[in-house]
Design a protein. Structure first.
Length: 72
């Protein structure tokens, strides 16, 4: 899967994403679900487990930058 095809995909936070933290998200791709290391796209956002996110940037092989889909 190339970088551009992951941008815009939805996922769910499984490990808190926030400033100074390496979080984790799960994204449904390639007929299954895969875990990625995650960082906040804004650098200041804190996303708790269960938050629905969208992938803003993908750094292969397993790192993504995400932002919340819904305002809390």
């Amino acid at each position: 899967m190339d970088d551009a095809s992951m941008v815009g995909m939805l996922g769910r936070v499984t490990g808190t994403v926030g400033p100074g933290l390496v979080g984790e998200v799960i994204v449904r791709i390639r007929g299954g679900a895969e875990h990625f290391l995650a960082y906040p796209a804004t650098g200041k956002e804190r996303l708790e487990p269960g938050t629905v996110v969208t992938v803003v940037e993908h750094l292969p092989p397993r790192t993504v930058y995400v932002t919340a889909v819904y305002d809390s």
